[in-house]
Write a protein that binds this ligand. Sequence first.
Ligand SMILES: Cc1cc2nc3c(=O)[nH]c(=O)nc-3n(C[C@H](O)[C@H](O)[C@H](O)COP(=O)(O)OP(=O)(O)OC[C@H]3O[C@@H](n4cnc5c(N)ncnc54)[C@H](O)[C@@H]3O)c2cc1C
Length: 219
Amino acid sequence: MKELRTERTTVKRSPSRGKYGREDLFEVLDAAYVCQIGFLHDQIPYVIPTAYGRDNEYIYLHGSTKSRLILNLLSGQVCCINVTLLDGLVLARSVFHHSMNYRSAVIIGKAEELVGEAKMRGLKIITEHILKGRWGESRSPNDKEMKATAVVRIPLQEGSVKVRTGPPKDEKEDYDLDIWAGELPISTEYGKPLADPDGNRTIEIPDSIKKMTDGRHNA
Ligand SMILES: Cc1cc2nc3c(=O)[nH]c(=O)nc-3n(C[C@H](O)[C@H](O)[C@H](O)COP(=O)(O)OP(=O)(O)OC[C@H]3O[C@@H](n4cnc5c(N)ncnc54)[C@H](O)[C@@H]3O)c2cc1C
């Protein structure tokens, strides 16, 4: 399978932390909910967070047809997408060597607008990424909602993944210092589901939510 690496997505700082396999990228994308998209608007770079979904070849985004983000993505410019998972604080003996453990992905590409069946499929991919099974449990988008929404996809052809794991890397002479050093792991957990007080609160919690504890999103 083709690598994501190009000249401009080759990790130069700490290159041993760089990965370029599609599975490496999918692992990061599947464990997160939010991506940040960098684009130029009136020559100013903006970085805007948003939800996403993916299949084997594309990342999918949606937004209002009037959204500055979407309009800029569809202007033909190249955008840059980042997804970051924070796994821990790395507490070194020296201030200099403090760090973080993480898995992060960078994707570079041009967006393409989806219409018709492909647009509906894109919305399904995004919804299912947020909560697997939710598409089938919810009311489908109507014509008015479809008209108000734009769906775009960006190919997963050029990018990189960077991963840091493990303890701090201090200077040799500092390991004898009487200073606590190590890792403070960070994990994300779901809380108890709270039924909307403005609806029927006797409806049973759906399977999609019950399955959340299977670990897929507990990254
Ligand atoms: C949670 C977190 C905290 C960080 N804290 C710091 C910090 O405090 N100081 C610091 O200098 N760096 C930090 N980094 C690393 C930072 O993301 C960059 O990798 C680093 O600063 C080098 O940037 P550069 O532009 O010189 O990279 P280069 O190596 O020149 O980048 C070349 C290419 O490598 C790829 N790349 C670079 N960084 C990443 C990445 N993180 N994920 C995926 N692909 C990447 C991109 O495709 C990029 O175009 C942190 C990263 C994370 C995820």
